[in-house]
Design a protein around this ligand. Structure first.
Ligand SMILES: Nc1ncnc2c1ncn2[C@@H]1O[C@H](COP(=O)(O)OP(=O)(O)OP(=O)(O)O)[C@@H](O)[C@H]1O
Ligand SMILES: [Mg+2]
Length: 227
């Protein structure tokens, strides 16, 4: 029997993070994300949500403790392996980070091109997903020339096009109206149903009350469940 399927997708043991000589932003975090789970990550502005996510998407290593992602201790993993692992993670950045000189289509197609998928299959998949997030009309617009809410949807499409094992979304509904937000939440729920582990960072009590997913809160550097 392959026991790896029972291993948590992310495992943090006594994890801490400090920027330079500043006091730590995150401290003594002991938590594991079970494969297939879905969580909200909350906490006030500056509590460390984006910092925690940045460790989970392997952009920075903990300065204390042990972080395992897909069973790999990230502190002992070389750069090439980390960038390979990163392809299994979809990220919606708080500030979108689209490649501004590329069209919406090309931004969303990027993860599939990196995987070497055939252009015909790419077109099929990207067109379908862009229709779903209501960006068909902007498909060939340069991403520097679309609105904030449109950028958010393009960033979400790019993050999910690859059906990642782990999806990390940082305030993914902060810039869209409530109809679109509901649609995006439905997309996350559907991916989760298909097996993707999902973490959604949000300030929005309204969002958390509407979707009754377990909530994790960052406070004073620590992480715990809230009722
Ligand atoms: N690159 C960095 N260098 C130094 N300090 C940083 C850096 N990034 C974040 N911080 C600090 O870490 C703390 C947590 O920031 P972070 O962005 O993780 O919070 P957040 O919970 O995502 O906030 P928000 O809800 O406003 O997005 C803040 O005090 C911030 O100033
Ligand atoms: Mg943040």
């Amino acid at each position: 029997m392959d026991t790896r399927q029972f291993e948590p997708i992310v495992e943090m043991t006594n994890v801490g993070l400090a920027y330079g000589d500043n006091p730590p932003v995150l401290k003594n975090i002991d938590f594991a994300f079970r494969r297939g789970s879905i969580h909200f990550l909350t906490g006030k502005s500056g509590a460390g949500k984006t910092s925690l996510l940045s460790m989970l998407y392997l952009a920075q290593k903990p300065t204390e403790g042990t972080l395992k992602v897909f069973g790999n201790n990230v502190s002992m993993t070389d750069r090439d392996t980390l960038s390979f692992l990163r392809r299994r993670i979809g990220v919606v950045f708080q500030d979108f980070r689209l490649l501004e000189h590329l069209s919406v289509f090309d931004n969303v197609a990027l993860p599939l091109r990196l995987r070497g998928m055939k252009e015909k299959e790419i077109r099929h998949r990207v067109i379908e997903l862009l229709a779903w997030v209501e960006l068909s009309d902007n498909m060939y617009t340069k991403s520097s020339e679309i609105s904030g809410g449109e950028k958010q949807r393009a960033a979400i499409a790019r993050a999910v096009i690859n059906r990642p094992e782990l999806l990390l979304a940082d305030e993914p509904t902060g810039n869209v109206d409530s109809d679109i937000a509901a649609k995006l939440m439905k997309l996350f729920a559907e991916l989760n149903r298909l097996g993707t582990t999902v973490v959604i960072a949000t300030h929005s009590n309204e969002l958390m009350e509407r979707y009754n997913y377990p909530r994790l809160k960052l406070e004073n550097g620590g992480l715990s469940y809230v009722k």
